[in-house]
Design a protein around this ligand. Structure first.
Ligand code: SF4
Length: 336
């Protein structure tokens, strides 16, 4: 279900703008409808009132909780069922954050990512993206939404931007707390500045070398890291929020001195933050996680050389690993 189609249905049932906003807010804030309907100002047209139970059930069915996998540090991975039987992952993050999925599978094919191994199976609709937030809010407060789960948001741009608009208007999420994550599709830099709700931007860099980037992210746009950072800088200056550069740190792949020099060359003096995330080793893929001490030394050295760097652990480390693994394991019986 697309949000615009939902709005049209509400209008066809007689909803005035205030009813429409109220009902959409009830949904995305996971508020019971009864609260609003008892108040005289929110009295709804009869056709709308009669249609609400079925509509509520339909919205609830967009994203249902299949299983929940908490870890020891306050994150929890949710396996979320969509109403055609597909599943995606959302992750409840510490400090009221939520990571949502924007596609079932992904076409970018990053060689270190489980989601990338399946290719793209289908887009997640704007309604299903918002429904992941509504579902998470039945578990916990959500004040920040990052679009970093399964999928490349730039490959599902209309749906993601529609969801961002709703979350940033009636969904009570501050605009800078909506974080659009991309491998760097030029369309993102054209479309995001035009929106009423301008999200913060996370760019997956992973390497400063074009050739290596082609190998690691085989179907990402062939945009040079320098150019990506230039585009990011323009967006950061125009919105007033720093760009978050993502760097999945893999032993022997992108943790050498040459890469660190490249990072300093690209990011020093930029309105940016580098999130360094040690790779989460999984049996299915051959990449290795560097030791935490080595990762901490790298982050410290970058910081000292003028690049604001944060070392982060990937959420869900001890609950079936990173992006796409929970879904993959739910579909693939683990060999005994
Ligand atoms: Fe897609 Fe992100 Fe996985 Fe790359 S890391 S394949 S962009 S989901």
């Amino acid at each position: 279900m697309q949000i615009e189609a939902l709005r049209q249905r509400l209008r066809a049932l007689g909803a005035k703008p205030k009813h429409e906003q109220r009902l959409l807010a009830d949904w995305v804030l996971a508020r019971p409808h009864e609260q609003g309907r008892r108040r005289p100002a929110d009295f709804l047209p009869l056709a709308l009132r009669e249609a609400l139970p079925a509509l509520d059930a339909e919205l609830q069915s967009l994203a249902t909780l299949v299983s929940i996998h908490p870890d020891a540090v306050g994150s929890a991975r949710l396996l979320v069922g969509l109403n055609d039987g597909q599943t995606v992952e959302s992750v409840l993050l510490p400090r009221d954050g939520l990571c949502v999925s924007t596609q079932v599978g992904c076409a970018v094919g990053c060689v270190f990512c489980m989601t990338g191994q399946s290719g793209l199976l289908r887009q997640v609709t704007s309604g299903e993206i918002v429904a992941q937030v509504a579902l998470a809010r039945t578990q916990r407060v959500v004040k920040k939404v990052v679009f970093m789960g399964m999928g490349e948001p730039a490959h599902n741009l209309d749906n993601v931007l529609e969801a961002i608009h709703l979350l940033g208007t009636v969904g009570q999420i501050g605009h800078k707390n909506l974080v659009f994550s991309t491998v760097g599709d030029p369309r993102v830099f054209e479309r995001l500045p035009l929106g009423e709700v301008k999200p913060a931007l996370a760019l997956s860099l992973h390497t400063t070398k074009l050739e290596l980037r082609r190998r690691l992210l085989p179907r990402a746009p062939q945009i040079a890291p320098d150019e990506l950072v230039e585009l990011g800088e323009i967006y950061a200056r125009s919105t007033g929020y720093p760009i978050q550069y993502q760097w999945t740190l893999m032993e022997g792949i992108n943790d050498g001195e040459d890469e660190l020099d490249g990072i300093v060359r690209l990011l020093k003096g930029k309105y940016a933050l580098l999130n360094m995330i040690p790779y989460n080793t999984i049996p299915e893929l051959a990449f290795k996680r560097p030791s935490w001490e080595r990762a901490a030394a790298i982050a410290r050295s970058l910081h000292q050389r003028g690049v604001l760097t944060k070392l982060r652990d990937s959420a869900g480390q001890d609950v079936e690993g990173g992006c796409g693994q929970l879904r993959a394991r739910s579909r693939t019986p683990v060999a005994q």
